[in-house]
Design a protein around this ligand. Structure first.
Ligand SMILES: [Zn+2]
Ligand SMILES: [Zn+2]
Length: 398
């Protein structure tokens, strides 16, 4: 859960992933890394109307813009701009005192959920990376060319002045998390076995959030040659995305595979299919949190000991602690800001200690602030979005 307050202190006037308090509202330009609620605090109609009144812009990926547009409770606005990834853009904005400044911004696919991006800000010789939530396989770091400098012959990882880092799993109890492929293989196997037992059987994948499991949906759908039922609002977004659209449906009766419920809403039955008997439902809980501290054993699926037909599978769309270590070794930074901090001082200290250890180099410091070929979508003329950013190469990672 992001605890990042919004302002990028090296570039006054910019606010990222926070749109609510006085400090955010007085910013001159806004950025949204992805459409999860902890990154959208304050992103309501009041905020959007204020953009229009004050002639300010909010920048995000084209898919995030499509998700915002699909939300029936949000007004649509030309002040929300969808940008292509991997193409640097120069954004000029006026600060309060009337001076105009220019910042070069590059969106980097973050591998976390549809449309999720990192922001590379280059300003006054400073290179700042805001990762947002991310999970990128270490084998792919070298493919992200905008995060490298070159000398005419070779590419070198950029040396950042500061990285604002997704520290969700910067905890030793999450050092190793199964790759997406390992997790999906288990889900697919359990699903197939259950469907083979009885033609009336149904599988529901209980979700931690509405957007973020499209890799699971695609792989399960291909493996079983059936579509996944998703709720209407999610369908409206996914149907525009070429790489997910073919694998999902809004027709609940057409498939035994359902990804239409958040786990907090599951009551043993399937609201979209009241005709289905509970005894025919296998519920798969897709999450990572219940596994903290237990992942060393290598076991990452478990059947509920009390309730029948309840399977839990560990799956993460955030980088594991080991992956964060690899990221910080590959991309050196003079300073690192942890964007996800636990509440207690003791747990915060543990995060700072790991950051110090993983990024130890001469002249490096860690901020102590306890106050709390990769391509990307381009909307075509058809309104369809090319979603090659969803190439998660841990598909090949065994
Ligand atoms: Zn997120
Ligand atoms: Zn359903």
């Amino acid at each position: 859960m992001s605890t990042f307050p919004g302002p990028i202190e090296e570039i006054p006037g910019i606010s990222v992933d926070r749109f609510e308090n006085k400090e955010n509202l007085s910013a001159s330009v806004y950025f949204l890394s992805h459409c999860h609620s902890d990154h959208m605090k304050g992103l309501h109609n009041f905020f959007i109307e204020n953009l229009e009144k004050k002639n300010k812009f909010l920048y995000c990926s084209e898919i995030s813009k499509a998700i915002l547009n699909a939300k029936s409770n949000l007004v649509k606005s030309d002040m929300i701009k969808g940008l292509s990834a991997l193409s640097p853009v120069v954004i000029g904005f006026n600060r309060e005192k009337g001076t105009t400044v220019f910042v070069t911004v590059t969106l980097i696919p973050a591998g976390h959920c549809p449309g999720s991006v990192m922001f590379l800000f280059e300003y006054n010789e400073k290179k700042i990376l805001y990762t947002g939530d991310f999970r990128i396989n270490a084998n792919d770091f070298a493919k992200i060319k905008p995060l490298h400098d070159c000398d005419g012959k070779n590419l070198y990882p950029k040396k950042f002045d500061k990285i604002y880092l997704d520290t969700t799993f910067l905890r030793l109890e999450y050092f190793k998390i199964p790759t997406r492929k390992e997790s999906v293989d288990e889900i697919r196997k359990a699903t197939k076995d259950w469907l083979n037992l009885d033609p009336k059987n149904i599988v529901i994948m209980k979700l931690p959030y509405n957007y973020g499991l499209e890799y699971v949906f695609k792989d399960i759908s291909i493996g079983l040659n059936k579509k996944i039922h998703v709720k209407d609002s999610v369908y409206e977004v996914y149907k525009r995305i070429k790489e997910i659209g073919p694998y999902i449906t809004n027709n609940a009766n057409s498939t035994p595979l359902h990804g239409c419920l958040l786990f907090r809403d599951f009551r043993g039955c399937l609201p979209c299919r009241p005709d289905v008997d509970e005894k025919n439902i296998l519920a798969i809980h897709i999450s990572v949190y219940k596994w903290g501290g237990n992942l060393d054993s290598g076991a990452f699926i478990s059947w509920d000991e009390v309730k029948e037909r309840q399977l839990s599978v560990c799956y993460s769309s955030h980088a594991s602690c080991e992956e964060l270590k690899a990221f910080l070794k590959y991309f050196p930074a003079s300073e690192i800001y942890p964007c996800v901090l636990p509440k207690t001082a003791e747990k915060q200290d543990a995060i700072y200690a790991l950051l110090a250890e993983f990024s130890k180099k001469d002249n490096q410091k860690v901020t102590i602030d306890s106050s709390y070929e990769f391509r990307f979508p381009k909307a075509g003329s058809s309104g369809k979005v090319n979603f090659k950013s969803m190439i998660f190469s841990d598909e090949d990672d065994d």
